[in-house]
Design a protein around this ligand. Structure first.
Ligand SMILES: [Zn+2]
Length: 156
């Protein structure tokens, strides 16, 4: 870019000289008033980025390895008893037959994802655990000599 005042080729900046906008080199810029570059475009871009980012996050959540917690049938049974509900009452609340509740509590029947959701909501319990890489790392390093569990926590 060329300075409109001295004609030098340099990294010119926009400035006003007597109200006229010109491109000036660092040497001539003191003759004019520097026009501050508007920062507005940055602000409008951010929400768009957030909107684009959201759907992939949902997909990752869907693909996550989910497993029923250990002793889920016992958890369901205890939570139901704590609420003072009979198997009939719980079955009625989540739209399942009493025999189904009985089978679930005995561990004979694995509840479907929809049933799990209803049971969690109705009993205020958590029946799903996510199998993440972090949990397997802790498990494998606990027995290893290179890194202890304490080191893992400290480094985090
Ligand atoms: Zn100049």
């Amino acid at each position: 870019m060329q300075c409109e005042l001295c004609g030098r080729t340099c990294d010119c900046k926009a400035a006003t000289v007597d109200g006229v906008m010109m491109m000036l080199c660092p040497n001539c810029i003191r003759h004019g008033e520097v026009i501050p570059t508007p920062k507005a475009p940055e602000k409008t871009q951010k929400p768009i980025l957030d909107r684009i980012k959201k759907p992939p996050v949902k997909d990752i959540y869907k693909d996550m390895n989910k497993e029923l917690v250990t002793g889920w049938n016992e958890i369901i049974k205890k939570a139901r008893e704590k609420k003072g509900l009979t198997r009939e009452e719980l079955g009625f609340k989540i739209g399942e037959r009493t025999v189904t509740i009985q089978k679930i509590e005995n561990g004979d029947l694995r509840p479907s994802d929809k049933m799990i959701e209803k049971l969690e909501k109705e009993l205020g319990i958590n029946l799903i655990e996510e199998i993440t890489e972090a949990s397997t790392t802790i498990g494998s390093t606990r027995t290893g000599s290179r890194l202890t569990l304490g080191d893992f926590i400290k480094s985090k």
